[in-house]
Design a protein around this ligand. Structure first.
Ligand SMILES: NC(=O)c1ccc[n+]([C@@H]2O[C@H](COP(=O)([O-])OP(=O)(O)OC[C@H]3O[C@@H](n4cnc5c(N)ncnc54)[C@H](OP(=O)(O)O)[C@@H]3O)[C@@H](O)[C@H]2O)c1
Length: 306
């Protein structure tokens, strides 16, 4: 029998990390869909030996720690999820964001090469300026408008062509901190919400993304891949849909323009950064529609450990 693939996951306590480690270990992540198998294969938990490392276990911006982590675990694949993800705070802490998102990713790519591991690094739609006017494909030019986006783009540039870069967007996990939970809490407590209707993008279920990352771990394709749920939307449409699921009427969510946000956010978001996922669809499978993903997230919220 073949030995299990050894997989090291950075940022394992984060929103995507908890779902990914769950799935690698044979559990269906909360918010997951049983029948979504991007490479058509069931997961056999004996296939993988997973080492999920939280920030406490490994600081990816520390060269010595990164080297020692790979030397100790000798992974076949490193799935790199650790990131400085506070998009607005990054505007005032650019060095801190750079240390994790750029330097940390470069250190992991270097160490992966030294120890013969394949790196899968997760990146973002915020590497784009959002001015293209249609969905972004993998080869489109990057032009980040925020510190967060720039540091993630710099991280991509520090990867090797043989590494796999997965750009994803608007990630929502049942156990993650994300806007969908704020919307659902307000819907349940009888409050109303205002959300921007002039930023278009693609939602990604953390549970669906986890299944795609497992397929990529098996196949180690290299290059850039866009992975997100199908269909484009806006934050207002997401809010209105969550309100509808929870039985609120059309008054629950009010559409506003980004220019009406007060206080104005520090970071500039791309006005239209939906990811074209045709490459992933052709090689693996299309991800479920974003409404299906959001409905599962709302369905499973009450199952979260407190
Ligand atoms: N969330 C989104 O909407 C979104 C969209 C596009 C792309 N992405 C990308 O997807 C990946 C996963 O995101 P996520 O939503 O799971 O983010 P998350 O919930 O913020 O998790 C990121 C994790 O990284 C850890 N971390 C921060 N600095 C670290 C360091 N120096 N060394 C090691 N770990 C560190 C954090 O730990 P502490 O909290 O303990 O510091 C946290 O557990 C990231 O690469 C992110 O850029 C996310």
């Amino acid at each position: 029998m073949n030995r299990p693939q050894r997989v090291m996951v950075t940022g394992a306590s984060g929103q995507v990390g908890v779902d990914l480690v769950d799935y690698f270990e044979g559990r269906v992540p909360l918010g997951g869909r049983e029948d979504f198998r991007p490479d058509g294969r069931d997961l056999d938990s004996a296939e993988f030996e997973v080492m999920g490392l939280s920030h406490h276990d490994l600081d990816v911006s520390d060269a010595g720690q990164v080297d020692r982590a790979l030397a100790a675990t000798r992974p076949d694949v490193v799935v790199h999820l650790a990131a400085y993800t506070a998009v607005d705070r990054a505007e005032t802490e650019p060095e801190a964001a750079h240390a994790v998102n750029a330097r940390g990713t470069g250190l992991l790519s270097d160490a992966a090469e030294r120890y013969g591991a394949h790196l899968i690094a997760v990146s973002t739609d915020y590497v784009f300026d959002g001015l293209k006017g249609s969905a972004y494909v993998e080869g489109d030019e990057t032009n980040p408008q925020s510190v967060y986006g720039a540091t993630k783009r710099d991280g991509e540039r520090l990867c090797r062509p043989s590494d796999t870069i997965v750009r994803t967007s608007w990630v929502m996990g049942v156990r993650g901190k994300n806007v969908a939970h704020i919307i659902a809490d307000r819907a349940r407590s009888g409050q109303s919400v205002r959300f921007v209707n002039d930023q278009t993008g693609t939602v990604t279920s953390a549970a669906d993304l986890a299944r795609c990352l497992v397929a990529l771990t098996r196949t180690r394709p290299g290059g850039v891949w866009h992975v997100a749920n199908s269909g484009t939307t806006t934050w207002f449409e997401i809010a209105a849909y969550i309100g509808e699921i929870l039985g609120r009427d059309a008054e629950f969510a009010e559409p506003i323009a980004t220019s009406e946000l007060s206080p104005a956010p520090l970071a500039t978001r791309p006005p239209r950064s939906d990811l074209d996922t045709g490459k992933f669809h052709a090689a693996y499978a299309a991800l479920p529609d974003w409404r299906d993903a959001v409905a599962r997230l709302v369905r499973d919220r009450d199952l979260r450990p407190s």
